[in-house]
Design a protein around this ligand. Sequence first.
Ligand SMILES: Cc1cc2nc3c(=O)[nH]c(=O)nc-3n(C[C@H](O)[C@H](O)[C@H](O)COP(=O)(O)O)c2cc1C
Ligand code: SF4
Length: 693
Amino acid sequence: MRDAKYDILFEPVAIGPHVAKNRFYQVPHCNGGGYRDPSAAAAMRGIKSEGGWGVIFTEQTEMHHTSEITPFIELRLWEDKDIPGLRRMSDAMKVHGALAGIQLAYSGINGPNFYTKEVPLAPSALPIRTFTNDPVQARALDRAAIKDLRRWFVNAAKRSKIAGFDLICLYGAHGFGIFQHFLSRATNQRTDEYGGSLENRSRFAREVVADIRDAVGDTTAITMRVSLDETIGELGFSNAEVREFVEMNADLPDLWDLAHGAWEDCSGPSRFKEEGAQELLVKGIRELSTRPVVGVGRFTSPDVMARMIRQGVLDFIGCARPSIADPFLPKKIEEGRIEDIRECIGCNMCITGDMTMSISRCTQNPTFMEEWRKGWHPERMNAKGDSQTVLVVGAGPAGLEATRALSVRGYDVTLAEATTTLGGRVARERLLPGLSAWGRVVDYRQYQISQRTNVETYFDSRLTADDVLAFGFEHVAIATGSHWRRDGVARQHVVPMPIDPAMTVFTPDDIMAKAHGELLAGKTVVVYDDDHYYMGGVMAEVMAKAGAKVILVTPSAYVSDWTRNTLEQGAIHVRLDDLGVDIRLNRGVTAIRAGEVETNCSYTGRRSAIGCDAVVMVASRLSEDALYNNLLARQADWADAGIKSVKIIGDAAAPAPIAWATYAGHRYARELDTPDIGDALPFRREVTQLEPA
Ligand SMILES: Cc1cc2nc3c(=O)[nH]c(=O)nc-3n(C[C@H](O)[C@H](O)[C@H](O)COP(=O)(O)O)c2cc1C
Ligand code: SF4
């Protein structure tokens, strides 16, 4: 059972007319599914209920059609028709006793209204502030429009109640919700009773809370989500003003939900933010109000959580990502199974589902958003099939997850690893600056595997097709990973670029193996990034820290372009700039010659040379698929060897981020010995219901 030092986390706490059964509070988080995938999103929340959370929220829910954030896919509560989908979600949240919360969002200056084609409304007439600088401006709400908006909030609150929610969160954080737009002098430049003094800027929040309380307050708690500091300088809603606001409106909501800054500040990746990073900003706010306070900070350590409560910093432990990586986090603490917690690694891959309007993935939890689509449960596997033995070749993220999940299903698994460590690429990448938390991908699985009697691990085992055929396992999963190309093939070059052997060219694998030694200190190094995720920026960081003069060349308009989807692109640029890295954007590399690289402008093609001593080539990766191909060539021998199937998974099949590898490993384990579904779709989906033509 649980350690008594964590008892404090399991105390019930009142929120308005309700009592949360414990202090574990899943703050609102989107999932890339939203209104398009209502059952998938509902089932995901249901799993959190089973996992023991005391409070579970939806993602932001667009509460009126005059404010929406297309292309992002969140929830909608525009009319009664939206209620059944939301009811499915609140029902799922409550099955195991959690309070169900809905976050109502009116996006004001953040809503371009591409879908509804309505004129955006905001406290002041300013350009819409979105990731994509949409060429749309908002009209300032006049008094009549403010009255309308108050009524729309009441309508949404009434619908929320009918949809079964116990809590309503008014969104005023991250620059996204209209309450912040009123509170901040940056977005509220009004001269009437809604602008100017903090008291005036708070008026709208006070009015809406009073309206909703009148309408549904007897049965529904109201929470208010604000950022601890808008982090945009003097005009912004600063931490000092947040404190003043809470003090001035001490009893306004039934709970204060304290988020932070813009979304990238609040959901800072582990590369840039530690667990509990907002502690100083949040400390002391609780004393300003009689209402309970929830705060966030990628909390995965029960000791840190308990300290937050004991020291009076927070009343509730708010979690988004930790609840995604491990929906059973509260239950595991309660059952004294701390070592079973699948800790979030802070990679922000979950956020990319929202940013790319797809459906979210989690690097640590491959079942995330597959609970309904595929019927995957994060803690339970399907029953074992007819066969018994599986050989997994390669102990990277795909091989480790396949091994773990297969062993839970009951197979006898032999894991063969060519090196002397588990983890594959993660074992190497966790040593890079800022990426140590990524090692949790290995640590979690290594521990889980160590607890099982049906897994045998062999190191120093670089297998050949003959070896595999001689062993005679029933099933073979090839998870042999990939390596970085040296020849420059990626997006700019689809065939190898001209490279003079007189120039030293390193790949990220060389740098991770420290093959560069002291070669680079004091030298000029060009890092060529045509990969566009994190590796190019990380390589530049390693080189700069090793004392090299680093010039980062990329055909993209942004350093580490794809990390805009993980909300860390800005932080990467700042870090490289701080390290003195010379960043050359919109430039490719056309040739590598002795003593220089020839670059070209991505638009005009105009060329110029950069003198350098070495190049770090961050291009693309090549699958390590020789063993698989050799086995395929020997398919005629499989039956005699007792082999029923050979499959290639993870980077060995096609290189991609680590989340793809854990997903591939998990999927392999789930699908082994299951019926062949032929050409059928391998997941469930919902199709929009047709109205009469
Ligand atoms: C995938 C994802 C989606 C999010 N969507 C929302 C949202 O819809 N509304 C909101 O207020 N915050 C949203 N957030 C922010 C979280 O609620 C939370 O404040 C932040 O991630 C910090 O908490 P954590 O460290 O526990 O993840 C989101 C965070 C993530 C990771
Ligand atoms: S994707 Fe990464 S950041 Fe998001 S919950 Fe999973 S491990 Fe954490």
